[in-house]
Ligand binder design. Sequence first.
Ligand code: HEC
Length: 143
Amino acid sequence: MSIYFGCPGKQKSHNLEVKTMKRILMRNLVSVLGLGMALAVLYSAHSTKAVTEKNGSQKDVSAAALFDKHCDTCHGKDGQAKTFKAKFNHARNLTDAKWQSEVSDERLFNSISNGKGKMPAWRKKLSEAQINSLVAYVRSLKK
Ligand code: HEC
């Protein structure tokens, strides 16, 4: 008797288990798919970067992309350091013509490589060529 009454209950919880399993599987499937897509995007970004770096005429484009990726959080898209985070970190206004005329390319290169004040050092994340192209990009921001 007890077996007979036990079964439907068990059946129910079994169904519930299957449902949860399915849900978990689906969720994992979605995250695996998402990861795959993210990797694909990363990979294609990586390969286009390699192409633009080889292609000298598009150097500015990749420097702008680097700036957007690593620098604009603190310096702002236009380099004017007007955002809240920029003000909070005392980031430099890179467009300032007076300041631009006072600093050498070497100094910019060193500051970007080694960091300055609250700015982190970039030499481990970026290559020398990338930092050089960022120096040129910073020069192009001058107003
Ligand atoms: C975490 C915020 C932050 C990020 C991200 C950041 N900077 Fe800075 N940057 C600063 C701050 C703060 C200063 C001012 C440092 C000082 O003068 O004390 C500064 C100063 C500079 C200067 C002037 C240095 C000098 O010698 O006067 C340059 C050039 C510069 N940043 C370029 C960049 C570039 C290029 C990137 C991206 C690779 C970048 N920054 C990313 C915060 C940041």
